[in-house]
Design a protein around this ligand. Structure first.
Ligand SMILES: [Zn+2]
Length: 255
């Protein structure tokens, strides 16, 4: 008779339970949306005021199976983190630890290689032109990182990325790579990433038609982006509905 499998994370914990539940819900929903890369990519949430302590997914766990207690609690200032048996993926550490340490207001950091955002990042012209309300939502808030230099495996790379977001952008489109979003909460970052993916899908669908784009003026795009800011509750409602569906269909994510 074979022994039962050991718990994935030996230091299972339910500290910071609300943040754990929200982050686990985001993983599960991105899996449902096919915006995941199986066990790769990472989402993290700060749990200390200075941002240095944060939750992140463990190495080798599929997005669709992540539970609240699986999430690792790390300290951006603890340089021994990568030596531990339960160390996170190295690219996750270099990107997220530096971002949380440098940008404490970014309570949630989400990095994905989702299909449409990544396709946009692979075009020579990666601008998200304002052509519908979803694309206009991001007008003036997207930073473009055009310096793909391989996987992020150093503090310098994390530092560079943090610098690109220091000017107030909430979205970093990473050329030849994917997307990174920061938000004031898990719900906000999730909503931002969800809508960016839809916006990129619309733009790429227009490109696929071979017809010219109907691009609105900067003034109309800026006005619409400002109007979006009046819909802050949308992100909260969106995420509460997602958790309600998960509670009914796969409540184990909370454990
Ligand atoms: Zn990546």
């Amino acid at each position: 008779m074979t022994a039962p499998p050991k718990p994935f994370n030996p230091a299972r914990s339910l500290d910071h339970h609300a943040e754990r539940v929200d982050l686990a819900a985001a993983f599960r929903w991105f899996a449902r949306l096919e915006m995941h890369e199986s066990v790769a990519n990472h989402l993290s949430a700060a749990v200390s005021p200075d941002g240095a302590k944060f939750l992140i997914n463990p190495r080798g766990r599929h997005f669709a199976r992540i539970c609240a207690s699986d999430l690792l609690l790390l300290d951006a200032h603890d340089m021994s983190t990568l030596e531990r048996p339960e160390a996170p993926d190295r690219t996750a550490w270099y990107l997220h630890a530096m971002l949380h340490a440098k940008l404490p207001e970014a309570r949630c950091v989400m990095h994905l290689h989702s299909k449409y955002a990544t396709a946009l990042a692979c075009l020579e012209d990666s601008v998200l032109y304002p052509i519908d309300m979803n694309t206009m939502r991001f007008f003036g808030r997207v930073a473009l990182d055009e310096e793909f230099g391989g996987m992020a495996l150093s503090d310098a790379e994390g530092n560079r990325v943090a610098g690109m977001l220091a000017g107030g952008a909430t979205v970093l489109l990473m050329a030849n790579h994917g997307i990174l979003v920061v938000g004031a909460s898990v719900a906000q970052a999730f909503d931002e990433l969800y809508y960016f993916e839809r916006a990129a899908e619309t733009l790429l669908t227009c490109y696929a038609s071979g017809k010219k784009l109907r691009i609105v003026s900067d003034e109309i795009a800026a006005l619409t982006a400002e109007q979006w800011r009046g819909y802050g509750q949308l992100a909260v409602d969106h995420f509460e509905n997602i958790k309600a569906i998960l509670d009914a269909e796969e409540p184990a994510y909370r454990h």
